[in-house]
Write a protein that binds this ligand. Structure first.
Ligand code: SF4
Length: 406
């Protein structure tokens, strides 16, 4: 049987130097070389088995995230990446291959190995240039380590670069927030992500939130600042540098927002895969977030939980992800997948929000307006409620749509 035409790969590294207070990702402090080696060996086994089972024709993007991939020694990455790329249909010729890095563990040896082994994009977790904010967030790297890491990158890295920043941290003022953006943009990265500070479930802050007040206009002030510095917003929290062009858009994340298939490997990683579930919706595969259990896995098919998405769940997710893109959702692809227009799927919701100026459908796309983007979450909750009332979207019935995906 032929596999999907394109399947992106995500590899999860659950190890860090220490745990940040705001972190809700599956990650834990772990610096033992032997454990790192055993984990990468298991990742390779899982990759081999899953790629043999799925047989994708091409890998459009690879993303190694975490956690902190650079907590693992460069020598281990050298062996691992060589073996991983040899399993991929196009070998090391993956158009976009990203690794996340943190300033406290990135070394010149990492950069040399990554470039030689086909990683062509680095995503650096800076979060802030202010010592006060870094300390509040519980980041391991301070200002000095961040400056050193950026010098290192400037001197030793010719691939693409993306920086992550956080805004609206508790107690952060306008000057402090704009200083971060000033510093971040002065480095002329190809790409920048600006995330809102949030209280993530499972984080230390969720149980004990910082007492300092949050200024809720900083994100919007940041948007103006970034536009003035030539950074083009293409997704709610993501920007590319105008001079770098649209090729600087993160291809891998674009795949998530467009609901393209991807395979997640490693403890805590999820996948969205073509399935044979009733109605043709995708299947969601998820490995438990337990690296110790992952090291013991004999049969990866038994380890992962798997379920088919109902057409209603799939449509809800499709809108939730697709409307994050400022360019919106392509009408042609939408109709091909769902067999009907958005207006046919959600007639009342479309009429109401079209009239209110939240939703527009110019030419070949559906998209949220600036006002719609501000109220995206309640808006999409309403869409879900309307869908809940319609027959056939969540259980097979006369109105059940046939899904043609991917
Ligand atoms: S925020 Fe990043 S560096 Fe901090 S604990 Fe979480 S995954 Fe690790």
């Amino acid at each position: 049987m032929d596999g999907p035409a394109g399947l992106s790969l995500y590899l999860h590294i659950p190890f860090c130097r220490s745990k940040c207070g705001y972190c809700g990702f599956y990650s834990c402090p772990q610096e033992d070389f032997r454990i790192h080696k055993a984990y990468l060996d298991q990742l390779l086994r899982e990759a081999r088995i899953m790629l043999e089972a799925l047989r994708p024709a091409a890998i459009p993007s690879l993303y190694i995230g975490g956690g902190t991939p650079t907590v693992i020694a460069p020598g281990l990455w050298d062996e691992f990446l060589e073996a991983l790329f040899s399993l991929l249909p196009g070998g090391p010729a993956v158009p976009e291959a990203t690794m996340e890095a943190n300033p406290e563990s990135l070394t010149p040896e990492h950069l040399e190995v990554l470039a030689r082994r086909g990683i062509n994009r680095l995503s650096l977790g800076v979060q802030s240039f202010s010592g006060r904010v870094l300390k509040l967030l519980g980041r391991r790297a301070g200002e000095k380590e961040i400056r050193s890491a950026l010098d290192l990158i400037r001197e030793n890295w010719s691939g693409r670069l993306s920086l992550d920043l956080i805004t609206e941290a508790p107690g952060q003022g306008l000057r402090e927030a704009l200083f971060d953006l000033e510093q971040g943009t002065a480095l002329r990265p190809d790409h920048l992500s600006l995330y809102l500070f949030t209280l993530e479930e499972g984080s230390a802050f969720f149980a004990r939130p910082p007492k300092k007040k949050v200024r809720e206009d900083l994100f919007f002030r940041g948007l103006d600042f970034l536009a003035g510095r030539g950074f083009v917003r293409y997704e709610v929290s993501n920007f590319y540098r105008e001079g770098a062009g649209e090729k600087a858009i993160c291809r891998h994340n674009l795949g998530y927002w467009r609901m393209e298939p991807y395979l997640g490997l490693g403890a805590g990683a999820a996948s969205t895969l073509p399935g044979r579930f009733p109605g043709g919706s995708p299947r969601r595969r998820a490995n438990p977030g337990d690296w110790e259990a992952y090291l013991e896995v004999q049969n990866f098919f038994d380890f992962a939980g798997e379920e088919g998405l109902s057409p209603g769940d799939f449509l809800t997710e499709y809108l939730l992800m697709g409307f994050r893109l400022l360019g919106g959702i392509e009408k042609g692809r939408f109709v091909r997948i769902f067999g009907r227009t958005l207006e046919d799927c959600l007639p009342d919701w479309c009429a109401r929000h079209g009239k209110a100026g939240d939703l527009e459908a110019p030419g070949p796309v559906y998209r949220l307006t600036e006002r719609g983007l501000r109220f995206m979450n309640p808006l999409l909750r309403e869409a879900r409620l309307e869908l809940d009332r319609l027959e056939g979207w969540f259980s097979p019935g006369p109105g059940s749509p046939e899904i043609h995906w991917p």
